[in-house]
Structure formats: C-alpha cells, structure tokens
Design a protein around this ligand. Structure first.
Ligand code: SF4
Length: 962
C-alpha cells in the first residue's frame, strides 16, 4: 500500500486510482454492498447487523478461533466463520437461522466446559461478553462438564489481576500486546488443556517486558483480566460513563470515566480520534490522584507567624485582588506577572491572560510552553507561518518513512508511539536519531545515536547528502519556498565526514538515513523536546523544517513536521495567548489592529509591548522587579532549570498566589493558595498536540471546598472590575471563537452534538470527535493537515543555519554531558502521577543512566547511589548502568523531587525562544561513602512509602534498570 517514490504522490497530474466496484450480497434478507475483501462479519456490522463474537476485535488481526461468529451461507458446505470469510458477489448469508443458533449454543457450552460458573461473584459480571451470549442463547450449563483448570489469580502487579481459570484462550490480549503494543510480553504456552496465556518463563508481569498499558484488559471479553480492586468497583448498570480527555500528555486520548457515588471507580479507553480506545498506563491506571487525601480542599493564607492556614474563599479572593491591585497602583502593571497552565482548559487559560492583560494591564503572562516548545512556536512560525503540528496523529500510520528525532515517543507520548509501530507494521521505514537507545531506536531500521546538542550538524549533514545525491524536490522548492540559495551555501559545508566528528554518528549512517528519507514518498518527521530544549532550540526546529521543505514533505497526507507537545493542553494554552507577545490565536500584541480588536471586546486599554517570559519573570522576581506573581497549576520549583535560583526568586516575591490541586513545592512557598480542581471535576476543552479541540467533562463533584479554576478566575475578574457574567465555560469558548479566527467555528454545541441529535436539526454541525484548528466557521470540518497548497506565511522560508556548541560543554571538572527527560510511568513534576498509587509503586524513584564504560571508569556499579554534580548544585541518586546510552553521556528523568534533575540543569536560554537548555549541561559523577549511601537508602524508603501507597508487592519497574 505504501508508495515508494521520491516524487510527490499527490502532485497535480497524477491519476487517481480507480476503486474496484463494490460486491453485492444479501445478509438476512437485506441487499448489502461491501468493498471487495471485506469480511462477512464487517459487512454485516456496517449494515447494523451484529454477529456474536469473542476472539474478533476490530483493531486486531483475525484468527477465527472461537467459532462463535458462524453464519450460514447458501451453497456452502457447513457453517462459515464470518470474521475470516470475505464477501462474494451474489452471496446469500443468514446470521440467525436455527442451524446457526444451535451451532453457537454448542460453541458456548463447549467454552463453558472448563469455565468457572461463578458469574455472580465475577468482577466482569454485567460486562462479560461470554455471560451475555450465554443468556442470549439460553445456555445455563454445559453438556460436557469436565476437569477445571485450577490456577490461583495473579495479583502481584499494581494494576490488574489475571485469573487464568476464566481465560477462554481467545488470544485477544496476546494479539493486542504483540500487534498493537509491539511488546510481546505474553503468548500462549502449553497445548490442549494445559494451554495458557503467560509471560516467557512464566515470570510475573512486572518482571517481563509488560508496560501495563492495560489495553489487554480493555479487549479481554471475559473476567480473566480485570483492573485491581481499587481501580474497579461496581458493575455494569451501577456505573455512569463520562467521556472526557486524559489529563496527562498531549496526545489527547479519550477516557471513559466510570463513576459511582460521586467517585471515579474505573477508566476505560474512550473512542477518540487520537486513541481509538487505546490508552497508556497513565491514562488507564493513573487517575486515583483525583481522590487522593492530599487534595487541597480550602484556600490557605499565610498568617503573621508565616504559616499557611485555612481561610474562606471570600477572605482569600479579597486578599488576592487587593494585593495585586495594590502592587499595580504602587509599582505599575509590569510589577505583576502570571504563569498560566498547560494543565488547565482553554477557557481557563483565556480568562487568565485576559485578567493579566485587561484586569492588571501587563503582558507579563507566560506558561510552561516556554520550557518545552517555545522553540517550536517561534521556529515553525518563522519557517511556515504556524507553530503547530502540521499533520494528524492518524496520518503517521500511512507514512512510508517516519523520522523521529529528539522524541522518546513510546514513553512521553505512548499512544502516538503505537501509531509509529503501526506504520512500521504496514511496511514503513523507521529512522530514529537519539542519544539513547530508546524503545523505538531498538525497533528502528536505523538508529543515529548522536551526541546531545549536535542536532543542527546531523540535520545539515543529511541535507548535504540529499543535495549531493540530487534528491531535493526542486519543483516544490521553486514553487513554494524562498531563501534556498543562502541555505544551500551553508549546508554545502556539512559533508557527512565532517558531521561524524561533531555528532559521533558514522558518515555512512548519515548517508543511509538521508537517502531513505528523501526517497520515501511520504516521510513524516516527529520531534519533541530533544530538539527544542537547547540554546539552539529555534535553530534545531528550523533545521527540521528545512529538511521537510527540501524534500517536499509538507502539505500532504502522512508527511510533515510534527512536534509532539508535552502536557495535555500546552497547545491550547499557547493558542489562548498565554504567551507574553500574542493575544489568542497568535495575534501580536504589537499589532495596533489586533490590540484595537481586543480593547473593544474587553473594554480596557491594553499594553502594547511584549511582556516577560517564564525565565525572565523569575529573573525579575529575583531582582525584586516583579513583586506580585500568580501561578496557575504550574510547579516551577521542579520544572524550571537551576532550582536554587527559582527558589530564591519565589521567596523574594512580595505576593505569591498559587492555584493548584495539591500543595506542590511551589505552592508551599505561596502567600495564598487557592484549591483548584482536577480535569474530572470541571467542564471545558483541551487542544491536543494535533490541534484537535476536545471536550473535558465534569464526572465528579469538586473535592471539599475546591472550585473549578474557571469559576475562581471569573470571580477574580469581577474583583478586578472586568465583566464577569459568564454562565459557564461554554460562553467563554463562544467569546474565544468570536476573537480568534482559527477557533471561529468551535463551540460546545458542535463538540457535544452527535449526528442525528436534535441540535443538528437546528443547524449545528456535529463534531463529536473534536475539531482541528483552523476551524474558522460553524460549518467548517476542521483542518487535518496544514499548508496544503500554500504555507500559512505564503512561501516556506529556508533558513541558513550553522551548528553551534551547547552553552556548556564538558571539561576537566565536569567531564560528562547530562541530559534529562521523562519516563513512561510519571508525568512532568509528578504531582499527579506520584499520587496515583500504581504508578508510584511501579516506579518509585529516579535514577541516573550511565554507560558501562563510564561506570567502570568511575568505579560504580548498577544500583549504587552516587552524587551527580553540576555548576548549579548536586543530587544523590541511584545509578542505572546500561549500554543504551553513549559513553560520556548520562541521563536523569526530571520527575523526582528528592533527586531533582533541575537542581543541575543549565538556565542558559535560546536567544529567540528563551527556552532553557534542559538537554545539555556539563556534570560529573562522584562515588559516595557508606554513611551517605545508608542515609540515601533510608530517605528513599521514606519517600517511596509516602508517595506510593501500598499497592501490590511488586518492586520498582525500571528504576535503576532501564
Ligand atoms: Fe493519556 Fe497520553 Fe497516555 Fe493517552 S498517551 S492515555 S493522553 S498519557
């Protein structure tokens, strides 16, 4: 199916393939048409005819093993397995004949022969497919009572139970693990009566390759795989289902929250455009933080003795409004600043920046996009005119080649990782450039293991080869781009042999990667913070953009430049203008027309100069220039570089307000703490990494006295004299749409309507799967990929970029390169994920990844506690010795407060995007003495107990071993 051609398959003049004629058949007396190759099962399903099944699942390969989907086909000898048989012209099919009925009944009795008949106590009662078919076919027992398998349920891991006595050997879980997850942690073992599904050597799951996505649990049709008690309660009809959006990463998976008595009791994969029912471990099992006893339930105000004590909402809000107004009156509007939140909704981010600009008169508003994708926003906007993912998540599966650079996709954006695996399964080539041997590097056709910070050199080297080999797409360059000659002159210097010396990647591999990328008909680039978090972040992003333009891999299906945004709503927070230089929709604050529009809408004069960025705000706070700071749902104490400097800045702030759901390290320093709510307690929208605006729906009431953040912000707006009569987030989104052309056609009405709903009769164009911006009008379907015939800025701009060293290179005192990142089981500063019991249990502590050669030189062994030191500070952390990282490079995940990587990182920033260089700093590792090691072990045990909660008996998954 993949086009292997260096030319643009969508180029004008290419003849569209002619689709073969449909097959006509009769099913249950109804004339039906289906595409050739469609199975009888799918043709029936598409026509609304349901055929019972157990081993069949739409996302898995067909095995035809359970035989429950048998149908009668006229003229055929015996009954036919409908999930495996293709339709044929003139076929006459009966799905409910008496013959079929008795055959299915026999199949069910046969399956039940060794199945426990304890449905009343089975956790799957009400959701079990086997049980519901048994009722339907009147099966109350079996004519073949026989020996029963007797295996004790396995509940050793923190997430789900395996009860092999209930397993019907349909193999769905195995196919999910092998085909979709591409992990292969489980398989059939044994034959006949002894057959079972288990891990290699029958080890517990936590000792296997299992990543606990739980997608096997999601497809198990019986009670063999169920979430552990605590992650499932209640059955079938007792539960209310609320479809909403995952609060963790930017993939935007849809979750079905199962609610009972005002509490979430289970999460299933929701049917969303980004995830199609699949989830990762965080989405499926990481939700119990919502009900954690640490939740803030009342405002806190610091008293004269310096303690945070409970206060009423009225007292707290009076204080916040009066202190912020007082600082503005005394020191001017730019003495206050605000950090908005990539965790909060679009509506809340919109209100927040409106309050800062119109209520307080300053553009000093920013958020943590500054720390992750500021380079993308600046770089892609300059190259293409739009700083967002050019294509959609689903399109990745259709690429001929996927080039991943600086993205540990399967850990940081796991469900997009599944799309990459799907593309590989369909025959795409996979090229991964990463300093570490991440999971996708192990699956890749080619791994370019370059040194952290050498991306520009590597990309220039690849482009040098493409030019030298005559593989550039000259027609695309001539028609659609500019500044090519200046770019070409610079790239000409980067012969692969020159680049090898800078990057450590052999010249032959650079050539091979470049030629494969250029020759692929549809090549998709995925990148993330390995590209952006550098002092050359914008250069890196624009080099990626150059590569795509050079080969014409833009403006078509399954190509493009695809930055994966980190947090659930970091794309939305940027779109909403939670940035110091733009209003919502990236309308420049320096543009008089844009300012005039917002001044008219908001009824206030607005500041004309860009404000301060996150790093500048903290710098100004440390100098006493920013005196009032409002932080909404962010935790700079752990997320920003050079933690000592951040703490100094926050302590120096005259008036610090933090709104959050937990007393984070940052909230603990505040003068006022406002208790916000989690994603599950409020209404609104998030925008995922592919520009898709999706609904966030309230499933449970706010905990204690906490209030939805939008309501708190409306309250504050009123106290600052702004109109604040919003009835709810729906009205706020309407205001956003009225002022933001790319969101012009997006509303709750469209997102909540389903085709055929009464609302559609009155003209609402339903978009239940979400809407991808630009979506300028109420009847616009949204935009799947950008820059179709023309770049947003007109012509795509090539930029001539020379390689520059990172700000801090190794030297005699600090001979190692430290790079930082994420792990699968935790998220950001882990304020949520370490309060999710299973996640905290499976991955309780941080680690420093060290190459065996480096470890030998330092005299350290796997598991040893060591001290990692940089020019900013030192932390003690356990060593994980692995050949997956380059000698001389070390890696630390940044989630763990007791071993915070950002004590060490370099605050040097990219000059244009002001993003800090989290990915490279110089460091050294020191061995520690026995006394210090004993203290480390004791402290670690205390932290683990505090964070985790006792779930299961399993030890850490991966910590110290990955
Ligand atoms: Fe949530 Fe991201 Fe996992 Fe999807 S991939 S379930 S959005 S954390």
């Amino acid at each position: 199916m993949n086009v292997k051609s260096p030319t643009n398959p969508a180029a004008p003049g290419g003849a569209a393939p002619v689709a073969p004629a449909n097959v006509k058949l009769i099913i249950d007396g109804r004339p039906i048409e289906a595409a050739p190759g469609t199975t009888i099962f799918v043709a029936a399903k598409n026509a609304g005819i349901e055929i019972p099944h157990l081993c069949y699942h739409p996302v898995l390969s067909v095995v035809g093993a359970c035989r429950l989907c048998l149908v009668e086909v006229e003229g055929a000898r015996g009954l036919i397995t409908s999930c495996a048989a293709p339709v044929a012209e003139g076929m006459v099919v009966r799905t409910t004949s008496e013959k079929v009925h008795w055959a299915r009944k026999a199949v069910l009795e046969f399956i039940l022969a060794d199945h426990p008949l304890d449905c009343l106590t089975c956790e799957k009662n009400g959701d079990c497919q086997l049980q519901s078919y048994a009722y339907r076919y009147g099966v109350t027992g079996t004519e073949w009572p026989g020996e029963r398998r007797q295996v004790a349920p396995d509940a050793t891991n923190p997430f789900f139970e395996r009860d092999l006595e209930k397993c019907i050997l349909c193999g769905r879980c195995i196919r999910m693990c092998q085909e979709v997850q591409a992990v292969g942690a489980i398989d059939f073992v044994g034959r006949g009566f002894g057959a079972k599904v288990t891990t290699a050597y029958d080890v517990p799951l936590e000792a296997s390759e299992c990543v606990f996505c739980g997608n096997c649990v999601g497809v198990c049709p019986v009670g063999a795989l169920t979430p552990k008690l605590g992650m499932r309660q209640g059955r079938g009809a007792e539960l209310t289902t609320v479809l909403t959006t995952c609060p963790y990463c930017g993939v935007g998976c849809q979750l079905d929250l199962k609610v009972k008595d005002g509490r979430i009791v289970r999460v299933d994969g929701g049917d969303g455009a980004a995830n199609h029912g699949l989830l990762c471990v965080k989405g499926r099992f990481g939700w119990d933080f919502v009900h954690h006893p640490d939740r803030l339930t009342a405002p806190l105000v610091r008293n004269a003795a310096g303690e945070l004590v409970p206060a009423t909402w009225g007292e707290a809000m009076d204080l916040v409004a009066s202190r912020l107004k007082g600082i503005v009156a005394t020191h001017g509007p730019d003495a206050v600043a605000g950090l908005a939140s990539a965790k909060c909704t679009n509506e809340e981010n919109y209100l927040f920046q409106k309050i800062m600009r119109a209520g307080l008169g300053t553009n000093n508003v920013d958020h943590c996009a500054r720390l992750c994708h500021a380079s993308t926003v600046a770089g892609l906007a300059a190259s293409f005119g739009s700083g967002a993912m050019t294509n959609s998540i689903d399109e990745i599966a259709g690429a001929d080649l996927v080039f991943i650079i600086g993205s540990n996709t399967t850990e940081a954006h796991p469900v997009i990782g599944l799309k990459v695996k799907e593309s590989k399964r369909r025959g795409a080539k996979l090229v991964v450039a990463d300093p570490r041997q991440i999971e996708l590097a192990r699956l890749a056709d080619l791994h370019l293991q370059h040194l952290p910070g050498s991306d520009v050199a590597l990309l220039n080297g690849m482009m040098n080869v493409i030019l030298a080999e005559g593989l550039a797409n000259e027609a695309f360059i001539t028609e659609r781009c500019e500044n090519f000659e200046a770019f070409k002159a610079v790239v000409g210097k980067y012969r692969p042999e020159v680049v090898e010396a800078v990057t450590g990647v052999p010249a032959a591999k650079i050539r091979e990667a470049a030629i494969a990328y250029a020759k692929a008909g549809r090549a998709s680039i995925i990148y993330s913070m390995g590209i952006t978090q550098h002092t050359t972040g914008v250069d890196n992003v624009q080099s990626v953009a150059n590569l795509a333009m050079l080969t014409g891999n833009l403006g078509r299906e399954s190509v493009g430049v695809n930055p994966l945004r980190g947090q659930n709503n970091v794309q939305g927070a940027c779109d909403m203008g939670a940035l110091p230089n733009v209003f919502p929709g990236y309308q420049q604050v320096t543009d008089p027309n844009a300012r005039d529009k917002f001044e008219k809408a908001w009824g206030r004069q607005l500041p004309a100069l860009p404000g301060l960025t996150v790093t500048e705000i903290l710098g100004a706070a440390a100098k006493g220039q920013v005196k009032g700071l409002f932080i909404l749902g962010e935790n700079p104490m752990l997320s920003d570089p050079d933690q000592r400097h951040v703490e100094e800045a926050l302590r120096k702030t005259e008036f610090l307000v933090v709104e959050d759901i937990f007393l984070t390290e940052t909230a603990a320093l505040a003068h006022v703490v406002l208790p916000g709510v989690s994603f599950a307690e409020k209404e609104g929208t998030f925008t995922n990494t592919e520009r898709r605006v999706q609904r966030v729906r309230r499933a449970v009431p706010p905990v204690g006295g906490s209030r939805p953040d939008w309501a708190v912000l409306v309250d504050l707006a009123g106290r600052l004299g702004l109109p604040s009569g919003y009835a709810g987030p729906s009205e706020i989104l309407d205001e956003i749409a009225s002022l933001t052309p790319s969101y012009g056609g997006i509303s709750f009405r469209r997102l909540d309507a389903k085709p055929g709903d009464p609302a559609t009769a009155s003209g609402v164009v339903a978009a239940p799967g979400g809407l991808q911006w630009p979506c300028p009008a109420a009847d616009h379907p949204g935009t799947r990929f950008l820059h179709k015939d023309k770049f947003t800025r007109g012509k795509g701009q090539f930029v001539a970029i020379d390689y520059l060293d990172p700000a801090e290179m190794p030297d005699d005192d600090y001979p190692l390169i430290l790079t930082t990142g994420r792990v699968l089981y935790h998220f950001h500063t882990s304020s949520m994920s370490r309060r999710a019991a299973g996640l905290a249990c499976i991955f309780p502590e941080g680690y420093v990844e060290v190459n065996p050669r480096t470890a030998t030189e330092l005299g350290i062994a796997d598991g040893d506690p060591v001290r990692v030191v940089s020019r900013r500070g030192a932390i003690t952390i356990r060593a994980a010795v692995t050949g997956g990282i380059t000698p001389g490079v070390v890696f630390i995940p940044f989630h763990f407060r007791e071993a915070a990587a950002n004590v060490l990182t370099n605050p040097a920033v990219d000059p244009k995007a002001k993003i800090p260089e989290f990915k490279v700093c110089a460091a050294r590792i020191e061995r520690i003495g026995a006394k210090e090691a004993a203290a480390f072990e004791a402290a670690g045990a205390a932290v683990t107990a505090g964070a985790g909660g006792a779930v299961g008996a399993s030890g850490p998954k991966g910590g110290g071993a990955r």
